[in-house]
Design a protein around this ligand. Structure first.
Ligand code: HEM
Length: 670
């Protein structure tokens, strides 16, 4: 008698699969046993989808719009449920009440942060306050942040958001297709001024900050999904190497900013108002200043990252809800008699405040929230929540609770203005406002930047509604509206609308003139800041600008923001191309004609430009300061001390933007 044959269903080929499945089932059983053993008497496990061994539900989570899936599960499993991923329990909260019960009322054990696999020292390093664990460093840093924010808010943020709004509005009017660039410039420049009194670091800040967002987002770097990849040694880990380079650049930039402010504080002119200046006005040790450098750096990061999302969502809302644009314009015109809204007008403009709040509710900028971690086992309504679990206040779902927000999918600012809605609150001279809004988190970890958000959004949304008519584009041939997406958002932790086409026109010739005057006035106020002072001040500024140029070169970005001259140069460039094409000359570059009014920018294509088109105000200033900011193709240029001040790839490559259909659009600095 030979060996009994394997049953026909299990061939030798299938054997490894069967073995793996058996192993999986055993692991599942062990996991269930261990969890059950931890359950306190009478407590149950939280509901949730059935988890596969080891990976839990990782395979179910879409790479974009993950919050929609978590929201969908809340319909099935209730306002609090759990999933598991690689052994970590994730608790998802979809009700504001439950979030308050746990994260606010039981804050003593719910205020930690989880470890981020791709940034494993986030809880302890002291670099990023928002990511710190519930440590002494976090407590100290939160206090510093709170004091600086409070002082700045009392000084109305030194008028910085107004200057930058006035600049942005005219850029938007002149080239609405480049709206993402103008908005990102606005947020980064405003928060750079608030942090360090200068807009010069804004361009590099945008670069390092976006890199950090990738580093920490669950859908960014791979180790955040497959957590054991964090053990890959730095020498062969592309994620660690990338983060290391990014972090080094960020630290150097922060250090240079603080050094410049310190130097200016020692001159007759003094430093412009900023968080860091406020901090250094008290006599501080080097160690204390180093810590404040990180706190202020994090405030700058938070401001540069987040606020652009609701500004873009406002444009999206205006495309879908033109009736609300008309109502808003009516309120502004009636209350201000033709003036552009200023921060001092906020009591008179409740509808504008309602629009600001409704934009954030309708399209939450941080849809999955920033997770907390629980430090001790807990039981809530009979459900067991184990120590170490990651707790997510699912902001997207919280804003879709029909009891609080009837007809939640609709953009309806009336819910903040009409007493028949549960969210209505009086007096309307004060409410609605953003203070205490669920979208800024819960308990001891609530957002510290609300005064900046409130002022930035009031001014930008109010300014755009006052000066511009925003609407869907129309197809020139058919006259039909070009469709605009409803809810297509980027997948990272801070979600922004995917690009969409729209038109923006001045509401009248008078408003166009006023916007131009506001832009020129804003520019002259900025120049005043740069140009005042004696040789000592100019020398300090010159040194600082060298740093800016060097960091921009390292980041691979232009050192300065695009300005109105650049738009005009682009137009001129377009006219030349059109003229040469009309004359039948054949261009060596066969790429399609760039169009200022079309679409979306990208970094993928290049073209030949004459070099004068690369000159920007900053470069002109650098030239004035007697060091040359231009390098010829393939060259690096260093100053007398060997500091890299220019490299051709950073200065003279302007890239055409590309629309979704591949048509180059607005020229951009790369
Ligand atoms: C639309 C803009 C913004 C939104 C939606 C937003 C939202 C949030 C959220 C959801 C949290 C986590 C709260 C929690 O863990 O419960 C947070 C934390 C934080 N935010 Fe903001 N934020 C915005 C802008 C800003 C700005 C401009 C600053 C600048 C100071 C800022 C500074 C912070 C800080 C420092 C924390 C961490 C607090 C801590 O961990 O103790 N945020 N924000």
């Amino acid at each position: 008698m030979g060996r009994p044959a394997l049953p026909p269903a299990i061939t030798e080929m299938d054997f490894p699969v069967v073995l793996l499945m058996t192993l999986g089932l055993v692991l599942l059983a062990i996991n269930r046993f261990v969890t059950r053993k931890r359950l306190p008497p009478g407590a149950r496990e939280l509901p949730g989808p059935m988890n596969l061994p080891l990976i839990g539900r990782v395979h179910d989570i879409p790479t974009s719009g993950a919050w929609l899936k978590f929201h969908e599960w809340s319909h099935q499993y209730g306002p609090i449920y759990q999933t598991k991923m690689f052994g970590t329990v994730h608790v998802w909260i979809s009700s504001e009440q439950v979030a308050h019960d746990l994260l606010s009322k039981r804050a003593t054990i719910y205020s930690d942060r989880p470890m981020i696999p791709n940034l494993p020292d986030n809880r302890t390093s002291g670099d990023y306050l928002a990511l710190l664990g519930r440590t002494e460093t976090w407590k100290r840093q939160r206090k510093i942040c709170n004091n600086l924010m409070h002082t700045s808010a009392l000084a109305q943020l030194h008028g910085y958001p107004t200057i930058e709004r006035d600049r942005m509005l005219y850029l938007m009017l002149n080239d609405p297709s480049n709206y993402r660039e103008w908005i990102e410039q606005f947020t980064a420049r405003t928060v750079s001024r608030l942090s360090w009194g200068s807009a010069h670091p804004a361009r590099v800040l945008r670069h390092t900050t976006f890199g950090l967002l990738e580093t920490i987002s669950p859908s960014g770097a791979l180790p955040n999904v497959i957590s054991f990849l964090r053990h890959v040694p730095a020498a062969i880990s592309p994620w660690k190497q990338k983060e290391h380079t990014r972090h080094a650049l960020e630290t150097n930039m922060f250090r240079s900013n603080v050094g410049f402010v310190k130097k200016m504080m020692g001159t007759d002119v003094g430093a412009e108002p900023s968080f860091i200046r406020t901090f250094m006005e008290g006599n501080k040790t080097q160690e204390e200043t180093d810590e404040a450098m990180n706190v202020v750096g994090l405030m700058a990061i938070a401001g540069a990252l987040t606020i652009g999302s609701p500004i873009q969502s406002f444009l999206l809302a205006m495309c879908h809800y033109p009736e609300w644009q008309a109502k808003l314009q009516d309120e502004i015109d009636t209350a201000l008699g033709g003036r552009c809204p200023q921060w001092e007008d906020r009591e008179k403009l409740p509808m504008l405040r309602a629009v600001v709040k409704e934009v954030i509710r309708w399209r939450p900028p941080v849809p999955t929230g920033i997770p907390h971690a629980i430090e001790k086992d807990d039981v809530y309504q009979g459900y067991f929540i184990p120590a170490g679990a990651t707790i997510h206040a699912l902001e997207w779902a919280i804003t879709r609770d029909e009891n609080t927000y009837p007809d939640a999918e609709a953009f309806n600012p009336l819910r903040w203005l009409d007493p028949s809605f549960p969210t209505y609150r009086e007096p309307l001279t004060q409410y609605p406002n953003l203070s205490g809004f669920s979208q800024f988190g819960f308990g001891r970890r609530t957002c510290q930047g609300v005064p900046i958000v409130e002022q930035d959004l009031f001014l930008t949304m109010g300014g755009m509604a006052w000066g511009l008519n925003i609407r869907k584009k129309r197809d020139p041939e058919t006259g039909l509206e070009v469709p605009v997406h409803w809810n297509d958002y980027t997948p990272l932790l801070i979600a922004k609308p995917m690009p969409f086409p729209f038109d923006a026109f001045a509401r009248s010739d008078e408003k166009r003139r006023m916007m131009k005057d506001m832009y020129e006035d804003a520019n002259s106020r900025m120049q005043d800041q740069d140009m005042k002072g004696d040789d000592e001040v100019r020398a300090a500024l010159g040194e600082y600008k060298k740093d800016v140029v060097k960091f921009a070169a390292e980041a691979g970005v232009a050192p300065v923001d695009q300005e109105i001259d650049d738009i005009e140069k682009e137009r001129e460039q377009k006219r030349k191309i059109a003229a040469s094409e009309a004359a039948g000359s054949s261009r060596s570059d066969s790429s399609p004609e760039p169009s200022l009014s079309s679409g979306v920018s990208s970094r993928d294509s290049e073209t030949d430009l004459d070099e004068s088109a690369c000159e920007t105000p900053m470069e002109r200033e650098l030239d004035e300061l007697n060091f040359n900011g231009h390098a010829k193709e393939g060259q690096r240029q260093e100053d007398d001390e060997g500091v890299l001040v220019a490299e051709d790839k950073y200065f003279c490559k302007m890239q055409p933007a590309v629309t979704g259909s591949g048509v180059p659009g607005a020229w951009r600095w790369s």
